[in-house]
Design a protein around this ligand. Structure first.
Ligand SMILES: *Cc1c(COP(=O)(O)O)cnc(C)c1O
Length: 475
């Protein structure tokens, strides 16, 4: 190609339309949507032009001879870019781990009604801080307070960003510059950086430890209580169990001591169930209602653990204390967004109908799933994989153990069912990685060289998506 110059190189770049009509690109359009592919193709062409322009010693390297060569080069770059693109941003993933409250996967999936309410409130304006009756300024806390009072039996309630914030805010409001008494058996650390001693010191209070790791008595609390004591704190050891020679002071006893001495008693419940899961045959997890009933002045718990709602921290308790907490300037910094309040209110509303609550809240429904249903679902998934991938993959239905997760119910396992995959010609860990690389990444575990898809945490509507991914990877 004699005399091939920059102009020629620029001239043979195919137009965007032509690239988009290539069979390899049509597949990408189908998978990622036209808009994204168009966008990235334009970007790639633009970069290619710039490279030619900026190359002082224009060289033969842009002489990809014919247009076909350039097209090929552009499609290659397009694929590289897409790979990088698909790894960024917050995206939907399919949870095939069988862990219902997976903190790394965003904890609780939200109920339909909550999503609807978030959309309604989020797409326009709302009465977030507007009293529709009087037509003046209102309070964002009002939308959930009455519901919380009704469900938990507390006098008052306030909602903040998460339970860590709730604990911090309570201690800061009531005990900054004073003392918080807590048992050595309850120095909880929750994943990440939530440690009770750190939270107390950051709240500006001094921690007074009582008892030992395995035994704490009411007399220990009584002895440690003095002029400076502002809170008697009980922490639910939600992610571990102390067993053997142990003794713990009940909330009721602690509440009696608090009352006698005029000191607030606070319980960090962590998960904070509003529905009694012993109805599902699971072991008792403290109910917020019980804590309120047993005399806690303040109870804090998460919105996105067993409650099954959005990320939030709820403080329920005595009116006078909640009032002080509300007036703390820090509560402004820790307040929730309108969509969170919308979702939480919708979820709490579901709790007011005890007959339908388990079915309407995904976390509860997944926890309550019976063996027959799990088996039926696993067989359905097995069949659709088999129908599309006969001979390319061995597909078995096996027994497996699921978990509640999210630092709740330590040691409790749920009998589950999984679809176990053994691909011909692909190692389990490669298949696992490839599933993570899909448009809707599937997060799953491996056991005995098989990829496991635990059906408890998958929705049936996700099955075709999983099958499509497997066909792309193995087909
Ligand atoms: C989970 C948990 C927390 C932290 O709650 P977040 O909502 O994740 O901030 C605090 N205390 C206990 C006991 C917990 O289990």
């Amino acid at each position: 190609m004699e005399g091939f110059n920059k102009q020629d190189a620029l001239r043979i770049i195919p137009p965007v339309n032509e690239i988009l009509e290539c069979p390899e690109v049509l597949v990408l359009v189908e998978r990622f949507g036209r808009e994204l592919i168009l966008d990235i193709t334009r970007q790639v062409i633009c970069e290619y032009r710039e490279n030619i322009d900026m190359d002082e010693q224009f060289s033969e390297k842009y002489n990809l001879q014919v247009r076909q060569g350039v097209t090929k080069h552009i499609i290659k770059r397009l694929n590289e870019k897409l790979e990088g693109h698909s790894k960024i941003g917050l995206r939907k993933v399919l949870n095939a781990t069988g862990i219902v409250l997976h903190t790394n996967l965003g904890r609780a999936p939200l109920p339909e009604k909550a999503l609807k309410s978030m959309q309604d409130v989020g797409e326009g304006y709302s009465n977030l801080e507007y009293d529709l009756e009087i037509g003046t300024r209102g309070s964002r806390h009002s939308h959930v307070e009455l519901l919380l009072n009704r469900i938990t039996g507390a006098e008052s309630a306030i909602v903040v960003n998460n339970n860590a914030a709730a604990v911090f805010l309570c201690i800061n409001t009531l005990a900054a510059g004073k003392e918080v008494v807590v048992s050595r058996g309850q120095q909880v650390e929750i994943g990440g950086s939530f440690r009770i001693p750190d939270i107390i010191s950051r709240s500006g209070a001094k921690m007074v430890e009582v008892g030992t790791t395995n035994k704490t008595r009411i007399s220990d609390y009584a002895t440690a209580t003095g002029e400076e004591t502002s809170i008697l704190l009980k922490v639910h050891t939600s992610n571990y169990k102390v067993t053997g020679f142990t003794e713990e002071v009940s909330l009721r006893e602690l509440a009696a001591l608090g009352k006698e001495k005029g000191i607030a008693v606070m319980e960090d419940l962590g998960s904070g169930c509003l529905y009694d899961i012993t109805n599902m045959g699971l072991s008792y997890e403290p109910l917020v209602q019980d804590s309120v009933n047993d005399g806690a002045d303040l109870v804090t718990f998460s919105g996105d653990k067993l409650l099954g709602g959005p990320q939030a921290g709820i403080i329920a308790g005595k009116k006078e204390l909640i009032e002080r907490i509300r007036e703390n300037p820090l509560s402004r910094m820790l307040r929730c967004d309108k969509t969170t309040i919308a979702a939480l209110a919708a979820v709490l509303n579901l709790y007011t109908d005890t007959d339908t609550v388990v079915d309407s809240i995904p976390v509860l429904r997944m926890m309550a799933m019976k063996e027959e249903e799990l088996l039926r679902n696993a067989m359905e998934l097995q069949k659709s994989i088999n129908d599309s991938l006969r001979n390319k993959c061995k597909v078995e239905v096996i027994e497996d153990y699921d978990e509640v997760g999210g630092g709740s119910l330590p040691g409790v396992v749920l009998k589950g069912k999984a679809v176990a995959l053994t691909a011909s010609g692909m190692e389990a860990n490669e298949l696992q990685a490839r599933l993570r690389g899909e448009k809707y990444p599937v997060v799953c575990r491996i056991n005995k060289d098989r990829v496991l898809l635990n059906v408890r945490t998958l929705e049936r509507r996700d099955y075709p998506v999983i099958v499509e991914s497997l066909v792309r990877i193995l087909g």
